[in-house]
Design a protein around this ligand. Structure first.
Ligand SMILES: [Zn+2]
Length: 390
């Protein structure tokens, strides 16, 4: 096989017209082939680096040669060369990527987890991690990888969390035109506290905008018929936060952040700690919050679980919380709506005698709950193990 043959095959595909490949099956296989091709190019790049052919033209590195000759940003060229080099140490990953079982981003994430301090653990755990990469969506896989890094290199994870916290910074300055310009960098815990409150206020403003537009138009408004954009609402929400803070009584009760600590995912041995949005933290990242936070412990087990009342109409209390902690997001396979925007849904409908239990409950956002009721759409992610909220 020559590269010219490949070029000809690609020409044939192009002349068939991309618009004729816009169906589900084609899009799926095009992405699979694209990712296999990227694997191929990356492996070839590693061979190119080893050949040192690039040195003949005076390039100092293979990446410099590629950046110039292939018109790539230098950072992109460097990343590809580095990935190709790391792949040599990751035979399972290379194989799976070549076969199209994992995508480029999975391979990249795996390779970046192989550091000096983790290389022994990686040699041992690579097949397990690749199996997880084949199985899981990218975000879930990233989380598994974060946990693995914590176990393989606990000090590195602690350092990384400390470094993330040290980078916190807020910049807010008035410009010459009188506008205020700002930027913020927050560590995962602080960021989720600020963002949760900002989102909560923005949702209130959104509801108010919807109500105002419905009144004005006499029907349900479209998103572009609201008087404020989402950015403007967020700005107003931030001002509202400042106003409420200034008005808060000095002896008011401080709301404390809530951390969920998960126990019992087989291999993890209790070193589990993540925020509701799925950000994995090393336990030391919680130390600064110890005095001012609530902690809840969720035990993942087959035996124990909590149900409030099997015949209650709505999921509430411990049952609702257990479902939230287990599902995290809307369980529709094409949806990532967080738990706070989801409803507890009976898998076997309540009207047909479905019980209000953890096993019969799942999170669905409003849209997918309605879709399910209209179309009887029963698609869902495979159910994870039950949780006992303690
Ligand atoms: Zn949804």
């Amino acid at each position: 096989m020559e590269l010219d043959d490949f070029g000809e095959a690609l020409d044939a595909l192009v002349s068939a017209g991309a618009q004729n490949f816009g169906d589900c099956a084609s899009i799926e296989s095009l992405h699979r082939e694209l990712s296999r091709f990227e694997a191929f190019v990356t492996e070839a790049t590693a061979a190119f680096e080893a050949s040192e052919e690039w040195a003949a033209e005076g390039a100092k590195t293979a990446a410099a040669w590629i950046a110039t000759r292939c018109h790539l940003p230098r950072a992109v060229a460097r990343r590809r060369v580095r990935l190709g080099r790391t792949l040599r140490q990751l035979p399972c990953c290379t194989e799976a990527w070549r076969e199209g079982q994992i995508g480029t981003e999975h391979a990249r994430a795996l390779a970046s987890a192989r550091r000096h301090r983790t290389e022994h653990s990686m040699a041992r755990d690579e097949p397990m991690l690749v199996a997880q990469a084949c199985e899981l969506g990218f975000e879930d896989f990233e989380r598994v990888l974060d946990y693995w890094k914590q176990l393989a290199d606990p000090e590195g994870a602690d350092d990384a969390d400390e470094a993330r916290r040290a980078r916190r910074n807020v910049y807010l300055e008035s410009s010459y035109s009188g506008l205020w310009l700002g930027q913020m960098t927050l560590d995962p815990v602080s960021g989720s506290i600020v963002s949760a409150e900002l989102n909560r206020l923005e949702r209130q403003l959104f509801d108010a905008d919807c109500a105002e537009a419905a009144e004005r138009l006499g029907r349900r408004p479209r998103i572009d018929e609201l008087t404020r954009t989402s950015g403007q609402r967020r700005a107003d929400a931030l001002v509202e936060m400042a106003t409420r803070s200034a008005a808060a009584p000095a002896d008011g009760i401080r709301p404390a952040p809530l951390f969920s600590v998960f126990v019992g995912y087989e291999t993890i041995k209790g070193r589990i700690c993540e925020l509701e949005n799925g950000t994995v933290l090393s336990p030391s990242a919680l130390v600064p919050w110890m005095d001012s936070a609530y902690f809840e412990r969720a035990i993942f087990s087959l035996g124990g679980r909590v149900d409030v009342s099997v015949r209650a109409r709505l999921f509430s209390g411990g049952t609702r919380r257990a479902i939230e902690l287990r599902d995290r997001i809307c369980t529709h396979p094409y949806c990532y709506e967080p738990a706070e925007n989801c409803q507890g849904d009976h898998i076997e409908p309540y009207a047909q005698g479905g019980a209000t239990t953890q096993e019969n409950g799942r999170l669905l956002c409003g849209f997918h709950n309605r879709l399910r009721n209209q179309r009887g759409d029963r698609r869902e992610r495979p159910p994870p193990s039950p949780v006992a909220a303690a």
